[in-house]
Write a protein that binds this ligand. Structure first.
Ligand code: ATP
Length: 365
């Protein structure tokens, strides 16, 4: 992911709180004008990392450069960075114009210039003419846009966003994902966005860093993180996955044969570190599994099973199939097709292709 002109470069960035290492030698760079998400579960160190970029927290080790300049020791107000918080932190007693112009007033700009710039930025976020309104006269989505306008009016090199959609209801969150992405593209400003919600990261990002226990496990574009996860953690955290424990019984060229509790399966070989006799975990996306009404004969990775649950969720159904030995397999089933009326207790056959599975050495615990 090396870029000729990265806006942000972090090198071995580390933060210890006494004996606890919250951020552990994290290195990455963010190209100018891109949307970069840091995705991970609660407590993995996302906020601590973002606060180091903003300057609210100083690193224990490593370097952090914005536009080529080291920010170590530079206070937050001297960094070309602005931040949108989860609860937006708009001032309820000020009107919208004063909220948006707050940073410019602090910088001592003339009233007339502040007015012009506030008007311009409100127009760019799609809220022309709201300057005189109070904060409580805006909808949740409009408040989000005001919070972004208040940052963007300062023309930062980096906009940091700390789970800004977390407090919104589902419908508005879906809408704001699209809106945030198009605002980022329109401003052509580098956004660094932290979230524990994989769907937000997948929809909006040019690149996603998946964080676990203070470290980045993978950095890549959404499709790579989803379809080619580097680690079992990434495979399990981003999207849904069936996890099957197995042992390698044979390796022939690019194909491996595995013994599972249910049956023998074949998967494409991935990584040179896999050997015969080794215990592995196989990850399989629900949408990679096909349902068949009858046994196709000698086909690979076919298993007979009985439908355990069918959860209708609009465009798809989420179906769980219990195989002959009691293992459960989750399958995503499109509504159109011959299985639209599938019911609990129906007998079906599952099939998946060897190149659809990701195989990792088994981890302890
Ligand atoms: P969440 O999504 O819940 O906000 P997060 O991924 O943002 O989680 P952080 O807030 O960065 O995680 O916290 C990472 C770890 O560092 C946590 O275990 C937290 O308890 C710890 N931590 C954070 N700040 C401090 C602090 N000031 N002193 C001691 N430990 C801290």
């Amino acid at each position: 992911m090396a870029s000729a002109h990265p806006d942000l470069v972090c090198q071995d960035l580390t933060k210890d709180f006494d004996a606890f290492r919250a951020v552990d030698h994290v290195s990455f760079e963010v190209p100018q004008g891109s949307f970069f998400s840091i995705l991970g579960p609660s407590g993995c160190g996302k906020t601590t990392l973002l606060r180091m970029i903003a300057g609210f927290q100083s690193p224990t080790g490593g370097d952090l450069r914005i536009k080529g300049k080291s920010m170590i020791g530079v206070p937050p107000n001297r960094r070309p960075v602005s931040m949108v918080f989860q609860h937006l932190a708009l001032f309820p007693t000020m009107n919208i114009g004063d909220n948006v112009g707050f940073g410019l007033r602090q910088r001592g700009l003339a009233k007339a210039e502040i007015k012009t710039r506030v008007g311009e930025v409100l127009e760019r976020v799609g809220l022309p003419g709201v300057s005189a309104r109070r904060v409580d006269q805006l909808s949740g989505g409009q408040k989000q846009r005001v919070a972004i306008a208040r940052c963007m009016v300062l023309e930062p090199d980096l906009l940091l966003l700390d789970e800004p959609l977390g407090a919104l209801d589902l419908k508005l969150r879906e809408h704001m994902k699209v809106e945030l992405k198009s605002l980022q593209a329109a401003f052509n400003t580098t956004f660094v966005y932290i979230t524990h919600d994989q769907s937000e990261a997948l929809v909006m990002s040019d690149n996603i860093a998946v964080m676990n226990k203070g470290r980045f496990e993978q950095i890549g574009p959404p499709h790579a993180v989803y379809h080619a996860p580097d680690t079992p953690f990434v495979a399990g955290f981003v999207g849904e996955a069936n996890k099957i424990n197995a042992t390698i019984t044979a390796i022939n060229g690019q194909m491996m044969t595995l013994a599972t509790a249910g049956a023998e399966v074949k998967v494409q070989r991935a990584g040179a570190d896999l050997a015969i006799g080794q215990d592995v975990q196989v990850f399989l996306r629900p949408e990679a599994i096909e349902l068949l009404a009858a046994d196709p004969g000698d086909a690979l990775n076919v298993c007979r099973g009985v439908v355990d649950t069918v959860l209708f969720n609009g465009a798809n159904s989420s179906v769980t199939i219990r195989d002959d030995r009691g293992g459960l397999l989750k399958v995503a089933l499109p509504q159109t097709g011959s299985f639209a009326s599938l019911r609990k207790g129906d007998t079906v056959f599952t099939r998946w292709q060897p190149d659809q599975a990701r195989c990792y050495p088994a981890t302890k615990g």
